[in-house]
Design a protein around this ligand. Structure first.
Ligand code: NDP
Ligand code: MG
Length: 380
């Protein structure tokens, strides 16, 4: 029986993870669930999965929940609660599914303890990929990607040598604005941007998909997970989201992983690896899919994708600046304070204004994240 600590249990990945666990209760047991503030759903999850500990990051929500919770579960709160749970609790696998920079610190705690990390929180690798991969290698902590593209590459690499990879091809749906002209993008609404054609996900990653920043973050994530240079990581728009990504080897052969889009698949793979676990989730019917198509991404329309490649070449704290500026800009777009095209503009401005530190330690990364957030909050 594997014990699971699930960070972000009320989110899109969190709920899918619990769907996977529900079908595999003979294999997995929940030891900890964490949320930001959605205690109503948490309450139902506690009743069903009976964790020993829950963490509610929002202190006010935690205080209210303590008053009404009838279960014996231990309730921790705040960022300190998240760190205490990941540092002290007994578990085997950390499912890292908080959104944004907030996922970094608790994921580090689990790596220090040599746990398996089922990593959905790509921002952890974007902001601190060098330190995280070094720490994981040193401690022997496995990082198994949950991001569907990286899971596809990971699965395609089983049994292969690292030095036989020629390049990887990350597929991208292209998001809701694939057919829009640049001139139309300035006017798109929040509802338009949240209307993803293939995936149902949390708001932040859905907006990142609309700007194609998500694919940019994934290029950086792939760089660290698979030890490849930016030139060897290609993005191809594949609107059907059936091929989740591909690896081309030095002999010209290409391996890919395919299925209809369903995050439960990469989650169950990360939890069960190296075993494959039977499930009732997905049937891929190629006769219904009909055709698979591929297009070049438009870097001038989706400037965020280009910016992500740029910061990857630049290195140091540049990806951290990009990530923090993006998080705040996306928030501002979601609350209708800025327009869609202000997102890349704010990131660009932040990269021009904030000094890049070339070989940051972890404190420098936290400092850079804070400074960038302050800069964006103050100026936009
Ligand atoms: P959601 O927004 O749906 O869920 C986020 C979860 O984290 C919720 O449980 C939320 O709690 C909690 N949370 C949010 N902010 C904080 C915070 N500051 N501190 C502590 N907890 C917090 O996100 P997703 O599930 O869509 O995404 C999670 C991660 O997985 C992201 O990094 C994303 O890029 C990645 N990912 C997601 C995919 C998807 O299909 N959704 C696909 C591939 C990667 P509450 O509900 O209380 O607000
Ligand atoms: Mg992805």
């Amino acid at each position: 029986m594997q014990k699971i600590c699930l960070l972000g249990s009320t989110g899109s990945i969190g709920i899918n993870t619990l769907n996977v666990i529900r079908e595999n209760k003979h294999l997995f047991q929940v030891s900890c669930l964490t949320v930001n503030s959605k205690t109503e759903l948490l309450s139902k999850q506690i009743a069903e999965f009976k964790p020993e500990v829950v963490v509610i990051r929002d202190e006010k929500a935690a205080d209210n929940f303590r008053k009404i919770c009838s279960s014996k579960v231990e309730i921790l709160s705040g960022e300190e609660g998240l760190l205490n749970a990941t540092r002290d609790l007994e578990y085997d696998i950390l499912v890292s599914a908080l959104v944004g920079f907030a996922g970094l610190a608790p994921t580090i705690e689990a790596i220090r303890r040599k746990k398996r990390i089922a990593l959905a929180n790509k921002e952890t690798l974007v902001v601190a990929g060098k330190l995280i991969t070094e720490m994981a290698n040193k401690n022997g902590a496995e990082i198994i990607p949950v991001d569907s593209e990286h899971s596809a590459i990971f699965q395609s690499l089983v049994g292969e040598h690292e030095n036989s990879i020629r390049r990887i091809i990350l597929t991208a749906s292209g998001g809701p604005f694939r057919h829009h002209e640049i001139s139309e993008l300035g006017k798109v609404s929040v509802a338009d941007a949240l209307n993803h054609p293939n995936w149902s996900m949390g708001d932040k990653i859905t907006i990142d998909s609309a700007t194609m920043m998500n694919k940019g973050l994934e290029v950086i994530e792939a760089h660290w997970l698979f030890n490849l240079e930016a030139d060897d990581i290609e993005v191809v728009v594949h609107p059907q989201s059936i091929i989740h990504s591909m690896v081309e080897f030095i002999d010209g052969s290409i391996k890919a992983q395919l299925s209809i889009p369903d995050m439960k698949l990469p989650i169950i793979y990360a939890l069960g690896y190296p075993e494959r676990l039977k499930n009732s989730f997905t049937v891929t019917d190629f006769t219904k899919i009909g055709q698979l198509t591929f297009f070049e991404p438009d870097f001038s329309k989706f400037e965020c994708l280009k910016l992500a490649y740029d910061v990857l070449s630049q290195g140091g704290t540049a990806p951290c600046i990009l990530n923090a500026a993006n998080e705040i800009a996306v928030n501002k777009f979601l609350t209708e304070k800025i327009g869609f095209l202000d997102i890349p503009k704010i990131i660009n401005d932040s990269l021009n204004k904030i000094e890049v530190v070339s070989s940051p330690d972890i404190e420098t990364i936290f400092d850079c994240d804070r400074k960038t957030r302050e800069f964006v909050e103050l100026n936009y």
